[in-house]
Design a protein around this ligand. Structure first.
Ligand code: GTP
Length: 639
């Protein structure tokens, strides 16, 4: 043991990992089953980590898993909880994930069950965050010591605070040379009303302070108020679709005991399901359990066929003693809609199939069929926000091999028609003619921005330029300020986030929540190429922005099209009025120019290659080829 200890600490010294010696040995499956059977609610801690993107949530989760023997120590790998390809690539957490850890408490010698409920940190995914928080009693409020308090931390803090979670404030990344611990603590005091003495300073990377953090977590987080003796109440707080096992539900047993073979009544669907399987959430391989007891969290299979049966917030109970669901769970409302079209004509079936499979996993995407004169058959899809849309598009490509053309994102408008009916307007084609609509309303959002004071002027100007109205301002310290604006959702749907980042050199952060509706003043802005309308590029825009956006879109399309043997004229239109015009002069792009010597087979090959390239990657408007990537580029300004 001596050798092991010194050997380990030597390795640890090299890596700067002082925590290594306090790490536990991994438990076997049999041990885990026994520990779970005996685990009373008093020794359970259900908690989440709320943090702004990149403040180190996943890294801390990895560290806690190592400290509790859930994974080997010091393995160099991408964070264990982020396992979607898109998450790896973008370094963000999209889907909330959960892990159960056993911590051997040295002060009373007893094992404790720590359920770490992982939450996504990005603005579009606050729905996933809120539902995960419902299963927790405590939260680690993690703030990067170099970045200070950011907007997403504030938003998630309020979610946790409203749920009455006990909050443990944590300053992370204290190992970095420019870490400002006192300044960060000061901000946390100002924004969250925490006491300086409560704040735990850690480095999730080196492990510094993480043992103290575990101690604070055990001490401050109350156990769930659960009892094995009361009638069964099971909260469903997340669900997903597994390729092999179908729909899986993540549940917390609020009261009672759950055993494999039980019949469970769903309050949401009114149906009874057999409990086929219970698993403990472990980072590597799941562990099959006989039962799940009051206070515990696990993954269960009920043989549900479709994800829509697995309603987040649902209450499962014994059919003989039905229980009411918790209040306050809302289905997430899509905020941004766009058309998804296959990039070639044949691809619709593939797209529809892939999207169908995707919707099994993500119940927050809305999908309807639609048809466009230029793009053919497609799907009108609703998303929680722009990032959500991009992530779905990327996952369709990466996981299902389906390339899509995404049309201009729109926000849902609410039209009161002259016959008194109210309809939701999702696409430019559905926009009623002036006299048909009595009233058109657009959604509003309240945006919270946190920025260094030096950039406040630029950011305020941006918000005001986007029809924003100031509704709150407070200083977080001498150099940081938080402002809140009410803005039309349409104004932030495309490039707002990027503009904020650019104007503040990356230092400002933002978050938004919906804030009702207001009368909308909108028009349909279109683009024509050599006189032919490009339907995929028509968008509903707010009237004050229409001409400027028309000019910008025409310029961006010009940059995306290659010269042809004829002139290409690009026009932006509002109704029959032309508001911008760009011309691409004719030239001859000769792919054969480089083929000296008349090598016929080479020539042929090149021509075929060019043809194949065309087929896959572009569509035609009239004679003019428009590359696949152009659509997205025209609709989303350069980053
Ligand atoms: P999302 O999943 O997008 O919400 O991000 P996250 O909060 O999970 O952040 P993540 O754990 O991925 O960490 C972001 C970056 O900060 C990574 O490059 C980490 O290696 C780094 N990092 C995290 N904790 C520390 C720390 O204590 N010290 C240092 N120096 N770097 C850290």
């Amino acid at each position: 043991a001596m050798w092991r200890l010194s050997h380990r600490s030597r390795g640890a010294g090299l890596l700067g990992r002082r925590w290594a010696s306090s790490s536990a040995q991994p438990q076997t499956s049999a041990e885990l089953v026994r520990i779970m059977d005996e685990m009373p609610p008093e020794r359970v801690r259900n908690f989440c980590i709320v943090a702004h993107v990149d403040h180190g949530k996943s890294t801390l989760a990895d560290r806690l898993m190592e400290m509790c023997g859930a994974v080997g120590v010091g393995v160099d790998r991408a964070q264990l909880l982020d396992d979607l390809a898109v998450e790896k690539e973008r370094g963000i957490t999209v889907k909330a994930r959960t892990v159960s850890l056993i911590h051997q408490n040295t002060s009373d010698g007893l094992p404790y069950l720590l359920n770490l409920i992982d939450t996504p940190g990005h603005v579009d995914f606050s729905y996933e965050t809120s539902r995960s928080i419902a299963a927790c009693q405590g939260a680690l409020l993690l703030v990067d010591a170099c970045q200070g308090v950011q907007a997403q931390t504030v938003a998630n803090f309020w979610l946790a605070f409203e749920q009455n979670l006990s909050i443990t404030p944590v300053v992370n990344k204290v190992d970095l040379p420019h870490a400002d611990i006192p300044g960060t603590v000061e901000q946390m005091e100002a924004v969250f009303g925490v006491e300086a003495e409560e704040v735990v300073a850690i480095s999730a990377k080196t492990g510094l302070g993480t043992t103290e953090l575990l101690g604070a977590l055990l001490e401050r987080t109350p156990p769930p108020a659960a009892s094995r003796d009361r009638p069964l109440r099971v909260l469903l707080f997340d669900s997903w679709y597994d390729e092999y096992r179908g729909v899986l539900c993540l549940v917390q047993v609020l009261d009672g005991v759950l055993s494999v073979g039980d019949q469970l009544l769903s309050a949401a669907t009114g149906k009874t399901y057999p409990l086929l399987q219970i698993e403990l959430m472990r980072p590597s391989t799941p562990v099959a359990l006989r039962g799940l007891y009051a206070g515990q969290v696990g993954c269960i299979s009920l043989g549900m066929k479709h994800i829509v049966e697995a309603n987040v917030g649902d209450m499962l109970s014994a059919p003989s003693a039905p229980q009411a669901p918790l209040e306050g769970f809302k289905r997430p409302q899509p905020m941004v809609f766009a058309g998804f079209y296959p990039s070639d004509e044949k691809g619709f079936e593939a797209l529809q199939h892939a999207m169908g499979r995707f919707c099994l996993q993500d119940g927050s995407v809305r999908v309807e069929s639609e048809h466009s004169p230029t793009l053919g058959r497609g799907l009108r899809c609703g998303f929680l926000g722009m990032l959500h849309m991009e992530v779905v598009q990327q996952r369709l490509e990466q996981e299902h091999g389906v390339d899509v053309i995404v049309t201009a994102p729109t926000v849902p408008l609410e039209a009161t028609l002259s016959d008194g009916s109210i309809v939701s307007i999702l696409s430019p084609e559905a926009l009623p003619e002036g006299k048909d609509a009595l009233e058109l309303r657009e959604p509003l959002v309240k945006v919270t921005l946190i920025t260094p004071t030096a950039h406040l002027g630029a950011i305020s100007q941006l918000c005001i330029g986007r029809s924003g109205e100031l509704c709150g301002e407070s200083y977080l310290g001498p150099e940081r300020v938080m402002v809140q604006y009410t803005l039309p959702l349409a104004e932030i749907a495309t490039d707002f986030h990027d503009r904020v980042k650019t104007l503040s050199q990356g230092y400002a952060s933002l978050d938004y929540e919906s804030a009702g509706t207001q009368p909308a003043d909108v028009v349909a802005l279109g683009l024509k190429v050599n006189g032919n309308a490009v339907a995929a590029l028509t968008r509903i825009v707010r009237r004050p922005n229409a001409e400027r956006m028309g000019r910008e879109m025409a310029m961006r399309l010009k940059a995306e099209l290659s010269r042809q043997v004829y002139d290409i004229v690009i026009q932006a239109t509002i109704g029959s009025r032309i508001v911008a015009r760009e011309t691409i002069r004719a030239s001859r792009k000769d792919v054969l120019a480089k083929c000296y010597g008349g090598d016929v087979s080479r020539k042929k090959k090149l021509l075929e290659k060019q043809k194949a390239g065309k087929k896959k990657r572009q569509m035609h408007v009239g004679d003019v080829p428009i590359p696949h990537g152009a659509f997205v580029k025209v609709l989303t300004p350069a980053k």
